[in-house]
Unconditional design. Structure first.
Length: 246
């Protein structure tokens, strides 16, 4: 099975939402195969279906002053921060294309596994925490686990969207704007903080793509541009303009 890999650099969150919908429609119609989109966003807070607005600590005035957008979206989970230095992944997969067909829980576990393995590529031991979706750095002694990747997905008619946010080298102070994922008793961390030496974003993109191919038993095919993946997508408004110089 082929897994298309599309790397887009930094893309506005609204443009990213529109791109996802276009790819979802194309996947439903069979115009593209399973596709993993890797990108970064400018500072933005997203609230999933289970989110509580009280988990945004900063005031609306302060967010506006900082230029931080807020989006309510249809993924699972609570409030999440996205920003520069964070690798965001949007797998647009048809779960019916795998043998056997993947269920929602198994799909999320496989995303976790890919990110755990990617952490291991840089000498960072990562793990799962029971009852808490995402990826955490392994702890010892009195040190509690620290969250290094958040996961929140949406599945409709077998097609996935949204995905994961993997902290490579973001400014961790920005997470003080929120109670990340509604979890107040654990810190957030990054590969920059945990790995020695800290990896570059390009290296992390390559590791994540490789591990997605491994856990989903797919051959990763790097796609140079949106127009190479789907020609009519390149004419679809702002996303194409954003991606033209990426």
């Amino acid at each position: 099975m082929i897994l298309n890999l599309l790397q887009l650099g930094r893309v506005g969150y609204g443009d990213g939402l529109r791109l996802q919908q276009q790819l979802i429609d194309a996947r439903h119609d069979g115009r593209i195969g399973n596709t993993l989109v890797l990108l970064e966003h400018p500072p933005v807070l997203t609230l999933g279906r289970n989110a509580s607005r009280t988990n945004i600590v900063a005031s609306d005035e302060f967010l506006a002053y900082r230029g931080v957008e807020v989006h309510e979206i249809n993924r699972g989970g609570d409030v999440t921060y996205h920003g520069p230095g964070q690798l965001v992944g949007y797998p647009i997969f048809d779960l019916r294309s795998f043998t056997p067909r993947l269920g929602a829980v198994e799909y999320v576990r496989l995303i976790e596994e890919a990110l755990i393995r990617a952490c291991g590529d840089f000498g960072v031991k990562a793990t799962r925490v029971g009852g808490r979706t995402g990826v955490w750095t392994a702890a010892g002694g009195r040190i509690l686990e620290r969250k290094i990747a958040a996961i929140g997905v949406h599945i409709a008619r077998g097609i996935t969207s949204h995905g994961f946010a993997f902290n490579v080298n973001p400014d961790l102070r920005d997470f003080q704007l929120i109670v990340p994922c509604g979890i107040a008793d654990r810190e957030v961390t990054s590969l920059e903080r945990e790995a020695d030496p800290p990896p570059a974003m390009e290296a992390v993109c390559n590791a994540v793509a490789r591990q997605f191919g491994y856990v989903f038993h797919s051959q990763v095919l790097w796609v140079e541009s949106l127009s190479d993946l789907l020609p009519d997508l390149a004419l679809a408004g702002g996303v194409a303009a954003a991606g033209a110089d990426l």
